[in-house]
Design a protein around this ligand. Structure first.
Ligand SMILES: *[C@@H]1O[C@H](CO)[C@@H](O)[C@H](O)[C@H]1NC(C)=O
Ligand SMILES: *[C@@H]1O[C@H](CO)[C@@H](O)[C@H](O)[C@H]1NC(C)=O
Ligand SMILES: *[C@@H]1O[C@H](CO)[C@@H](O)[C@H](O)[C@H]1NC(C)=O
Length: 355
């Protein structure tokens, strides 16, 4: 497209308008498209390049170069069935978010991609989002649809363990592994679930404000659950037997819908993950047991949030355009996520602020 320096006719003005407006979209698109490049997506193998590290938080020589890539907790035949190296195109990534999802949660992922998970909203502070899923059993149609979805969005990571709730610890550790291997340059790592709303603008502002220019270290920030009893009730889906976990209490651990970590914490949790026997309550295992072993202290952000359903709906229904909550409540319906985003978007658009 040729640039026209003058605008003496309506038609030319139109062209000028086009020239000035479109390129940012095109640039965004190219940037977006390039972030989707995923050479060798199905089977990335460890290589010298994978082992190089420019980030001191990840001391890759502490991992076994031969066996680590195919190890996941106690599983020694691990591999990625789907993988995307979304971070390869950028030197500086501000935030990488890995989202626990399930293979057939197509609508939930769609809602996130269309709302708060749009990476292009944060070009100044590059953001990458990936969805973590396990293997589908006996549902070829679901797997096919998943592959089609991934072909379009290139943001799925699938591991070769069955996608069941007793296998959630594999999923969680796969997230840590993926970051360790494929997104070491990210300054912050955020783990969440696919039924959560996040005010992504506020989150980035908040993180920038809390760490300043210094790289964060030793950070694990979440909605902290202190001195929790181990659930023994026969009726609970989360019932844990004495054989699975003999103690009466768990160590303090994070609610899994929002865990913010610094790179060194991700790496230390990942290092610990092969040292401790598998336990299936993933939040307890990863953000409790492994965190305790790694010697990291939690920062509780409970007082910074309001996450009850009532408060969220009150905010949504109020005719006033007020500052959104940082997170929407867990178990949000897809419609709630769209509505929250709509109001959040308008809030920032109107006020012109990102605080
Ligand atoms: C990484 O670990 C190796 C092996 O323990 C150690 O020799 C080396 O000093 C560590 N490097 C850094 C930068 O901490
Ligand atoms: C977890 O996944 C493995 C495959 O890696 C499978 O054999 C096992 O049955 C799954 N466990 C549960 C409880 O679903
Ligand atoms: C989105 O927000 C605007 C402004 O608050 C409102 O007028 C509109 O009805 C909302 N749309 C939906 C689909 O919620």
């Amino acid at each position: 497209m040729r640039f026209r320096p003058r605008c003496d006719q309506r038609a030319n003005c139109g062209v000028l308008f086009f020239v000035f407006l479109v390129p940012s979209t095109v640039v965004n698109f190219l940037w977006y498209a390039s972030s989707n490049v995923s050479p060798n997506a199905r089977k990335p193998l460890p290589s010298a390049i994978l082992w190089q590290t420019s980030v001191d938080a990840y001391n890759m020589s502490l991992l076994n170069e031969v066996t680590d890539f195919t190890t996941l907790v106690d599983k020694t035949d691990f591999r990625f069935l789907i993988n995307n190296r979304r971070c390869d195109d950028a030197q500086d990534i501000f935030l990488v978010i890995f989202i626990h999802s399930a293979p057939d949660h197509f609508q939930k992922r769609r809602a996130i991609r269309k709302t708060w998970g749009q990476e292009r909203h944060l070009v100044d502070d590059p953001l990458r989002i990936v969805f973590m899923v396990g293997e589908v059993q006996g549902r070829d149609d679901v797997q096919k649809a998943l592959e089609r979805e991934n072909y379009i969005h290139r943001d799925m990571v699938q591991g070769n363990f069955l996608d069941t709730y007793k296998n959630l610890t594999y999923k969680h550790v796969m997230g840590l592994k993926w970051v360790t291997y494929f997104c070491r340059q990210a300054k912050y790592i955020f783990k969440t679930d696919d039924d959560i709303f996040v005010d992504i603008f506020q989150l980035v502002t908040y993180l920038k404000g809390s760490s300043g220019l210094a790289p964060p270290r030793g950070l694990i920030m979440c909605f902290l659950i202190r001195n929790p009893y181990v659930k023994r009730s026969q009726r609970s889906k989360w019932r844990v037997s004495f054989k699975e976990y003999p103690g009466k209490y768990y160590p303090p651990y994070c609610a899994g819908w929002g865990i913010i970590m610094s790179p060194d914490v991700v790496f230390n949790l990942y290092l610990q993950s092969t040292q401790v026997p598998y336990f299936w309550v993933d939040d307890v295992h990863v953000s409790g047991t492994l965190a305790q072993r790694a010697g990291v202290n939690h920062v509780d952000f409970t007082n910074k949030l309001s996450v009850t359903e009532e408060e969220i709906f009150e905010w949504l229904q109020s005719p006033k355009l007020s500052r959104p909550y940082l997170f929407g409540h867990p178990d949000a319906e897809v419609d709630t996520i769209y509505a929250l985003w709509n109001k959040t978007y308008w809030y920032y658009k109107r006020t012109g602020s990102r605080r």
